[in-house]
Structures are given as C-alpha cells and as structure tokens.
Design a protein around this ligand. Sequence first.
Ligand code: LLP
Length: 429
Amino acid sequence: MSRLLHPLYSYKKNKLIYSGIDLANISLTPPTPFYLYSLDAVTKNVAAFRQAFAQTGIYDLLLCYALKANPNPHILGHVEQLGTGADIVSKGELTAATQAKISPDKIVFSGVGKTKEEILQALNTGANGIRAFNVESLEELQLIAECAKELNKVARVAFRFNPSIKAPTHHLISTGNKSHKFGLLPKDILSALPLFKSRQLYRQHLKLVGLSVHIGSQLLTFHASKKAFRALASLALTISETTNRPLEFLDVGGGLGIGYHHHTMPFTPFQTYAHAVKLGLTSYLNQYPTQVVCEPGRCIVGNAGIFITRIVRIKKSGPYTFLVVDGGMNDFARPALYQAHHEIYPLIKRPGPTFKANVVGPVCETSDCFAEGRTFTPVHVGDYLAIADTGAYGHSMASFYNLRALPAELVIDSAKQETSLYQAVLTSR
Ligand code: LLP
C-alpha cells in the first residue's frame, strides 16, 4: 500500500518513493550527502507554469528560467529542450546558459553589479547579443552604452523598476522596497528617456526594449505582486507614450513560491500567480501586443530536488535528541540563512513509536540545524534522510565552509531511463 504525503512523495512498503523514483534503489550510488533531481518533476513544473498563463489568455510568454536557483548542466540542458530562456546574473551563469545551448535571444541579464567584462561578454554572445540587459542604475546604462560603442553594437536594454512595494516574504529575500539596492525609481527611468534621443551614444548604441520588476522570492499570496504589475503596466504606458513606441516585452521577474509545508500546502499556486500577472498587466496588454517575460527559478526546480544525507550519530542531551547527519549548512544553507522549513523523510520508515528530534549537521555553527522538534518514526545510525524541496537554492548556494567538499548531484531522467552524476568543482574566476 502506498500512502501519499504530497503529489511527489509517498511510501510504498515503508520505502520512500519520490517523483516515481524508488529511492531505496539509488541511495547508495554517490557518497552522502548528495542532491537528487528529477527531470520529470521539472518538465511538469514548466508545463504547469505555461498552462496557467495560457489559461489566462497570455500566449506570448517567454519563460526565462532563473539559473541562480539551480545551474546544474543537466537541468539547464533539460529546460533548454523544453524551450525556455534564461535569467542570468553573472558571466558564470551566462557561460552556463550558452553551454546549455540556450538561445542568446532568450537570455535576460539582471543584477546591480554587472562589470564591464560581463557586459562585453553578453554583447558578444550570439550574433545580436542577449535579449536584454535589465538595467538597475543609470550609471550601468551609461556603461552598457559605452561597451556597445566599443564593439560597434546595439545593446538591447530594459529598465528594472523598483516599485517601492513590500513583498509578503522573508525580509532577506524581498527586493522591491525603496531601501533595497535593486532597480530604478520611476522618476529616474523617466529622466533617462530623453537621453535615448538627445545623446548620440544612446541613440546609436542602445535600444529600449522592455521594462521589468521583481519584488521578491517565495511569494504565495499575490496582492503586492499585482500592485507591482499594475505599476509596471502604468509606467510602461508612460514610456510608450513618451517614446511613441510599444515595448517588446514586460518582464514580471520571478518569485512564485512553492509549498514547503506538505501538510498544509503541498502545491505551487501557478494559476493564482498567472491570474495576478494577467490582471496586473491588463492596462498595457489591452493596448499593445507585448510579450510577457517571466524569470521563475524556485517554482521550476524547487520541488524537483531532494537532499539525501545519512545519520552519523543519535545524540541524547537532557530533554533533546539530536539526529546528527553528514550534510551540513555548507551543503544546504536555507534553514540556517532564512530559518526555512523543509520536510524531512526517512528513506525507510521503521515501525514503532514516534519521537521528536532536532536534525543537525556537523558544521561548527549553532545555525547548522535543518529542523527542530520534528516527529520521526524510529531511526538508526546509518539511515538515510531526504530533505525535501531542495532543488532550488540548494546546491547553487553550497560552499566549502569547514573545508567540506561540495555535495554531488544525481540527475534522474525517468523518461529516458538515464541517471547522470555530476560533481561540481570550484573553478577559478
Ligand atoms: N529574477 C530576479 C531578478 C531575481 O533576483 C530572482 C531571485 C529571480 C528572478 C528568481 O526568483 P524565484 O522565482 O526563484 O523566486 N536564496 C533565496 C532566494 C533568493 C532569490 C534571489 N533572486 C532562497 O533560498 O530562498
């Protein structure tokens, strides 16, 4: 009998099945800790994302997968096959996107600190450079124009707008307040518009093609997002009226959250989100046939990965029981950084009374703790635990802290019946 915990998790004969994968069969492959990704789950998320938009009537959608969530080359190759573009923030991500054959005209480049070297690389990617630089300051706009002149090219630019809106999420992953480093205030964007005519450098080497906004990540309610999208549409209307030209695209950023709490919300609210985008952008889309660009990361790969770690010790101390595991905060940082909740499932469910424990890693930091006071069925030293929903911002945020090796990544492609092992090494910049 299999008991469903979540659309992707169930136990069959007390063995954990994740995304159709019988973990008992593969758990011994790489040494623990390691990440395991299901390409099948990625495919379903991309399809659900697109379908939700199609249902709102938005058909001209460019899904630019945010590489920062998970740049594993097999994942990138897979999303490329699914026809997605990329949202990148560094030359490393640009290289990874092009190596995965993601078409340059589907790449948008965000980030407040783009260097000259990175801008030149992006301008030199493909025959016409990338789809757009999402420009975060007027100083950056000037540098992009100078770089384009140096190469005798035209840079496609979109302003990233800061709507001064507080996002309903953890304060460390909120990006749309006035006090945040991201984006440009509307008055600064409007002040730059005349320069596209008056300044020869801009006239010859810049093309304004879009407007973008991104107010934060792990959003599950969309009131603030809708407000930001409305403001985006209204600013876009002003820009188009001023320049007498429609924008090629409106970029609504990423941010769609996933259900990390399996008992209360085991799903991703794709439809509610797409609806908020549609409602927010209506004033512009009614007037101009414009492409909608999205930069989702977490909702594409978050639930498509698990982190597998082994219990190395069961330590009792006063009223506490610690399951000390071989994975640490250097491998998976979200709980330590944002007190993030992730479900934890033993690969084998043993019969017997349940107990409460804290799951901690071996790193010398008190914050190296994956869960506190969680209920477990009986476990033994050597047992495997799966930390759920670790496909996004898991391996991509791993470090060498305490001189620990980076964890391996195992990618399962059920459709092709293929398994690929990937061991990242830190390359020099
Ligand atoms: N676009 C821009 C400009 C972004 O800054 C981000 C994420 C995304 C797209 C993708 O957002 P998503 O769809 O994944 O929410 N490390 C944190 C998340 C940081 C997100 C940074 N920016 C975490 O583990 O929760």
